[in-house]
Design a binder for this molecule. Structure first.
Ligand code: AMP
Length: 362
């Protein structure tokens, strides 16, 4: 890997792969620190394009465009984890790519991710690899029902997933997920879902935010509340787990770790998923903390010192999904609320259109 100059000068150009709202908010934070951003994304309507210095509307496999992109930027980062591994590798031969593309190989595959987490002595849901209907029958016999069948790759917001309850036909479930390499997970009887946003700097410093409690609707994050209503020991364990994962990856940047909390269990905190990027459940930090996850990410990849995040109160983050974007007007006058709109022209059901943070007294 090419080692980036440290620290980047304030007029340096940060390359971002992916043009969604996460890229947009990274770019806005970067601009505040004096950096310019160049976003590469195949979609001409990318909402990150609206707020940056330069755009490349190109496919992730377009080597000519990637070469030009690499020449224009001082460091490359990504706002979504399904950047093709070859793209990240191609770029990392030309310009520093942070977090290191090796992290993608692990986090793009649920089985590799679970094995990595377990190798650190951290608990995950009991699981088994499933490569066909016979494997699925065997895994169901071993893990019991209900259980969750998930594709190993390209799953998000509940896509590529199927719950198997008593009486459900494994063959139908296998066909529902597109007959792709998968894992079966035992259903975790969690009390809460929480997530931890951690940052690790180029110098190895780690900063971990207070943990968020997450409420989903139709598999999509709807509300995050910080701090999560869990005992201090659980919160500390969750924060320690995120820090340990960041260290083990030799990570540079921000990552989000989603976890299940099962009070009273021998292992009350289980890791569900690692997102090697800024995370929706960390949007509360924009208005609820002294340094946001987006700024923290920019500082990390620029080799700048990380901020020590101080929370401004109790914080809630509400996603505006699909038609809920129309509600933003009502939110504009709610005390303590700050409205963030992503500038997406087309509303679709399930599409994240904006969010609101609300800072309340402790
Ligand atoms: P994921 O795509 O892995 O984040 O899963 C999406 C959602 O499905 C999670 O946020 C949970 O609400 C639920 N879920 C996933 N895996 C399990 C599991 N093993 N046990 C119980 N619920 C799960």
């Amino acid at each position: 890997m090419i080692v980036p100059p440290r620290p980047l000068e304030a007029d340096a150009v940060i390359g971002i792969l992916g043009g969604g709202q996460l890229g947009r908010m990274i770019a806005l934070a970067a601009a505040r620190l004096g950096f310019k951003c160049h976003v590469l994304c195949p979609d001409p309507r990318s909402c990150a394009f609206d707020v940056v210095h330069r755009v490349s509307e190109a496919d992730y496999t377009d080597k000519v465009a990637l070469d030009r992109f690499a020449e224009d930027v001082d460091v490359v980062t990504y706002e979504f984890e399904n950047v093709p591994a070859e793209t990240a590798t191609f770029l990392s031969a030309r310009v520093p790519v942070l977090p290191d593309p090796r992290v993608l190989a692990t986090t793009q595959d649920r089985l590799a991710e679970k094995r990595f987490v377990e190798s650190l002595g951290i608990a995950t849901a009991p699981h088994a690899a499933v490569d066909g209907p016979d494997d699925l029958e065997a895994a169901l016999a071993a893990l019991g029902r209900p259980a969750v069948l998930k594709t190993r790759r390209f799953g998000y917001d509940g896509k590529g997933q199927r719950i198997l309850r008593e009486g459900d036909d494994p063959h139908a479930a296998w066909s529902d997920i597109g007959e792709q390499p998968a894992i079966l997970e035992a259903f975790v009887p969690f009390e809460r879902e929480v997530s931890v946003i951690a940052a690790r700097g180029l110098d190895g410093t780690v900063q971990v935010y207070d943990i968020a409690e997450n409420e989903h609707r139709d598999h999509i994050l709807k509300v995050s509340r910080v701090p999560a209503a869990v005992p201090d020991a659980i919160a500390e364990e969750a924060r320690a787990i995120a820090g340990k994962i960041a260290e083990a990856f030799d990570y540079v940047g921000v990552l989000g770790v989603e976890m299940f909390v099962v009070p009273g269990a021998a292992r009350p905190v289980l890791v569900n998923e690692i997102a090697p990027r800024v995370h929706n459940s960390g949007h509360w930090t924009l208005d609820g903390a002294s340094v946001s996850q987006f700024e923290q990410h920019v500082r990390a990849i620029a080799g700048w010192p990380l901020g020590v995040p101080v929370r401004h109160g109790r914080v809630e983050m509400h996603n505006l999904i699909g038609d809920e974007i129309l509600d933003h007007r009502a939110w504009l006058t709610v005390p303590g609320a700050t409205v963030h709109l992503y500038g997406k022209a087309t509303v679709r059901p399930g599409r994240k259109m904006g969010h609101v943070t609300r800072v309340l007294p402790e």
